[in-house]
Design a protein around this ligand. Sequence first.
Ligand code: NIG
Ligand code: FE
Length: 412
Amino acid sequence: MTVSSDRLLVRDLAQVASPAGREAPLRGSALRDVEMVEDAYVLCAGGSIEAVGRMRDLPPLDGDVVELDGTGLAAIPGLVDCHTHLCFAGDRVGEFALRAGGATYEELHAAGGGILSTVRATRAAGGEGLRRAVERHRGWMRRFGTTTFEGKSGYGLDRDTELAQLEAVKAAGGIPTWLGAHALPPEFDDRDAYIDFLLADVLPAAARIAEAADVFLERGAFDAGQSRRYLEACARAGLALRLHGDQFTESGAIPLAVELGARSVDHLEATGPEGARALAASDVTGVLLPASALFLGRPMPPARELVDAGAAVALATDFNPGSAFCESLPLVCSLACTQLRLAPEEALAACTVNAAHVLVRADRMGRIAPGYQADLVLLDAADWRHLAYHLGGDLVHTVVERGATVWSRGRA
Ligand code: NIG
Ligand code: FE
């Protein structure tokens, strides 16, 4: 458990870089607007940011203050991973090897592997096993600078395991999303009957733990009509709505997300120009998951087109054992700049303030500015753009959550 230190002064930083302004989500040219202070300090108090400024303007501080030396480091906001499946047991390294030999993700899924093989392991893990798995994965993410994370269920597909997954995410300080409609479990042979079960038997309890509901709208998963019925019931139960959409095929996820006022539609690797225009004209955030496209050897989502058309976009890892065994948002930022043709500034906004917007927390997370939660990542580089530039690099030096250092690799 992390305890907020009362006051923390991070001093002598080479740079502090933060998405500018107070608005969310950022779109268009505002996505590139990064506020920079050089030779800087950040003062945190009671878990929040009290002040940011130039060292030469640092006033004398009375009383106890813990100091952190930021010489040669750049500070960015704590990273926000708004799309993960970190609550899983087992792994799929065997399938990974089969895919390397030419099998496709959809073929493995259709043959009863894929998501369903993780369902078998997750059901067998028990509540305590799932809590341990989330803690372990959460630790991996933290070392790459993630200070806030969302975690989905969807590997239980029965009442008890779905609820245990949501509880495990919440117990680790994550933001739980109920992904009951992820795949058809082996006990059911009819998707509509499975959705009937989810809504009658799981939704009432899931809605007390989760903040949002999610559905896998895709060929071989759930169609638009089934997704609509599930999401509408979840909205009536007070949950925000998210969709896995346009991962392999355009099957109606964007129109449905726009019509239902969803918080986000995620993946978008198969989105065409018309879908991109519809998303850009809406309040739905497009969550881009380039690590998943890379891991599966799929086309990248049309990120540049979306941003240029004015869409609100966020970036996330999609961390899961099948389609994206990757917990690193800095790597995702590198992919954003090299594969999605986003600028480093756009990548930064997409995994801080815009990701916080997807999680309904942009009023207090995703920026380094007075009043925001004191979540910081200190990069071992004097220029914050190393976040995206250092491909797969070991560049996270220190992670601060709510004004307390939660991870540091120490100074040489
Ligand atoms: O976002 N596509 C659906 N769900 C996950 C993958 C889950 C898995 O393969 O275990 C995704 O890619
Ligand atoms: Fe996902």
